[in-house]
Design a protein around this ligand. Sequence first.
Ligand SMILES: C[S@@+](CC[C@H](N)C(=O)[O-])C[C@H]1O[C@@H](n2cnc3c(N)ncnc32)[C@H](O)[C@@H]1O
Length: 241
Amino acid sequence: MPGLTVATGLMQHPFDAQNGVRTSGLVAGRHLGSGHRHDRHATAYYGVAPSVFEGLLARWYRTSPVAPIEETTFVDVGAGMGRALLLAAELPFRRVVGVELNPRLVRIARRNATAWRRQGRACTPIRIFGADAAEFRFPAQPCVVFLFNPFGAVVMRRFLTNLRRRFATRQDGPDILYLNNEQDGVIEASRGWQRVFAGRVRRSQADAVADKKILLGQPEAEYAAAGYEDCSIWRWTPSRR
Ligand SMILES: C[S@@+](CC[C@H](N)C(=O)[O-])C[C@H]1O[C@@H](n2cnc3c(N)ncnc32)[C@H](O)[C@@H]1O
């Protein structure tokens, strides 16, 4: 898959060297084919900057989530190789679940989860499903759903319809943590969601240096790095339907 070999621009992120896992690589959406009709809406594979993930989680805690973290399932929609899942598994969530459309990335993410457990880093169970976000059966329990800009507007609308079907009558969530929130307007136009945070979450100096170096090395210079990510947090509020 172009973007996953040194010959096609792969540069290792320090997260992998420091933690003995494989989450590096930048794969353009057009190379993420799985045979699914939603392939053409995929943005790209790229692992989240750990400092931005932690910054967004810290913002989320400050919004007074509807359930305690110990009762909440973390779901990464478009889990890729699982970098966000690994970080989430170090927190006391009830469970950590990944949903990923590309089968090759699913296999790599599962190997990373095994490595994390062996290292004693996972304090919560991790499960990774090879599935489309718009068809995935979300657990009917308090959830925080993480998206690092996985897909465009068409799939975002279908994903929200799927989520609404599951949670229509429930009062306890989910929350959406949306990082690089290009389709925020789609959520805004969809009934039942209240935005509880919008703003920039900064990269640490180390992540900024790493991401800049990786993105400068891209063969086709398609993606840009900034010192921050635009993020939002949305809460399912049935009374606003
Ligand atoms: C930017 S990467 C995010 C990786 C990971 N969440 C992280 O933060 O490290 C987006 C991922 O979404 C996946 N994706 C795109 N469309 C999808 C869909 N319809 N269902 C599930 N996953 C999808 C892509 O294959 C890609 O791995």
